[in-house]
Design a protein around this ligand. Structure first.
Ligand code: SAM
Length: 471
């Protein structure tokens, strides 16, 4: 078919999905004739499709080389295609793979890790099968919901940060957390409170963060709004406090966070305790933690405990040894390791996390830890100077990875064993490639699924220093 420049209309294609992109959407290629009679390729991104599937899609503006398209019909389905149990799945941006049987998701995650390390010249057979969850639902202990301008509460639409899907349920969040969120949504509706409009910078309610410890049962509700909970708002807020304290005795921290800033994040200029205290207690792997509204903490505690167990198994900590925990956060790995080594130094850039890590060490009776608030690069230099070279080092960097400069500093510090916990196989692979010239061997990589129905995968890996290499 030939179209002229003035004629732009939708075109229907039946095509095969050949791979998945980094966000978990199907990718397909179709050919069409342009106005000069030449065959031009269009690369299609088709959410909620799987490799090998034949799908029928309508493409608007097909003259463009890359288009997103919605599958209108699955002509030939993947053998592991399934029906999502969540009514919000097709629109909500929270999960991308609920249409894929869990075993298929796990295989895909294993393959991703294998491809990532093979691309850096490592042996893909070192990667074990991904450890999944027995029950891959209701695994999240923390959710951040957003208010729409009309005051309804929900999650962002897939690929559209301006549109909010009104919440009826969420099958990956704890059940009580969803019930508390629905109570707040109902309250906002009854009092006709407005949601925040980020373009006009007006409206009251912005976000609701709900976190609940699966170990202690304690729940925190943190409501972010553009005004203080006083004056004309006081009556509505009082009504909410009564509902929450009556119906949710597990809420031991109910916070109102005032945020008048343009940046649409869960941050606060002023905080008010509406009920209880300003933190909750949580426990992980037998250690107790205090969590404030802005504390980073593992969001899938059951699988996080497996990560800790694996890290300990691979690291083989000894009482005679010194250890560095790089990117230590509030000490999730530091505390279990500190119990098993002579001395541990934790390095982390966020000062409030370091303050929490120090308190968590004290709360858990550990007196052999030293926590430093610093950028990883500067932190390693500083710790090595005062602490000497460690026998064991673990790192758990953000998705962007540790980077070459940090990895080369680690190589020069010559720890005998390095345990790398990663949430991004691609940056993990490029990071560990930096260690090869220093004489490190990759021994094993164990992927763990902390986020079922999403593309994310974590890995724990062990690298050992080859003693025969001249240093
Ligand atoms: C994936 S989290 C791991 C936290 C901790 N290990 C845990 O499991 O709770 C990565 C941590 O690295 C910290 N971080 C990010 N960039 C950093 C940097 N340049 N130097 C030091 N820490 C950094 C973040 O604040 C975050 O706490």
């Amino acid at each position: 078919m030939t179209i002229t420049k003035d004629e732009v209309f939708d075109e229907v294609f039946v095509t095969e999905v050949h791979r998945l992109d980094a966000k978990g959407s199907g990718q397909a290629v179709v050919w069409r004739e342009n106005e000069l009679g030449n065959q031009r390729k269009i690369k299609l991104t088709i959410p909620q499709t799987l490799p090998g599937e034949t799908v029928r899609v309508t493409v608007d503006k097909p003259e463009r080389r890359r288009r997103k398209a919605i599958a209108e019909e699955i002509v030939v389905a993947h053998p592991q295609r399934t029906v999502s149990p969540c009514p919000h799945f097709e629109l909500c941006g929270g999960c991308v793979w609920q249409h894929w049987q869990y075993a298929g998701q796990l295989n895909q995650k294993t393959e991703h890790v294998r491809e990532a390390i093979a691309s850096q010249g490592f042996d893909a057979s070192l990667v074990k099968d991904t450890i999944g969850m027995d029950e891959p639902w209701r695994y999240r202990n923390k959710m951040e919901f957003t208010f729409a301008q009309d005051g309804s509460l929900g999650l962002h639409e897939q690929g559209n940060f301006r549109k909010i899907i009104s919440l009826e349920t969420c099958l990956i969040a704890g059940k009580e957390m969803v019930e508390a969120a629905l109570t707040i949504a109902q309250w906002a509706k009854e009092f006709q409170l407005t949601g925040y409009n980020k373009d006009a910078h007006e409206g009251l309610l912005r976000h609701l963060m709900v976190r609940q410890s699966f170990a202690t049962g304690e729940m925190m509700l943190a409501l972010f709004a553009t005004e203080a909970p006083t004056g004309k708002l006081a009556e509505a807020v009082q009504s909410l406090v009564e509902r929450i304290t009556t119906n949710f005795p597990q809420v031991t921290s109910f916070m109102w966070l005032e945020n008048t800033l343009w940046a649409d994040r869960t941050q606060a200029e002023e905080s008010y305790v509406l009920a209880g205290r300003d933190f909750i207690y949580d426990e992980l792997f037998g250690y107790r933690y205090r969590l404030w509204f802005d504390t980073f903490f593992q969001t899938n505690p059951n699988q996080a405990a497996k990560l800790i167990e694996l890290a300990l198994e691979m690291g083989q900590p000894k009482k005679s040894e010194k250890m560095i925990d790089l990117f230590c956060g509030v000490g999730t790995f530091s505390l279990p390791f500190a119990d098993r080594v002579g001395k541990l130094a934790g390095i982390e850039i966020v000062e409030t996390s370091i303050e929490s890590a120090k308190r968590n060490a004290l709360d858990n009776g550990l007196d052999n830890t030293y926590f430093l608030a610093a950028d990883a690069r500067r932190g390693i230099d500083q710790v090595l100077e005062s602490f000497g070279n460690p026998e064991l080092l673990m790192l758990d960097p953000p998705r962007s990875g540790a980077g070459g400069k940090v990895m080369r500093r680690i190589g020069r510090a010559k720890p005998e064993r390095i345990v790398y916990v990663s949430c991004n196989p691609d940056t993990f692979a490029t990071d560990i490639a930096e260690l090869e010239p220093f004489g490190y061997t990759l021994e094993t990589v164990q992927p763990v699924d902390l986020f079922p129905h999403t593309v994310h995968v974590e890995c724990v890996a062990l690298l050992t220093l080859n003693k025969n290499v001249e240093q």
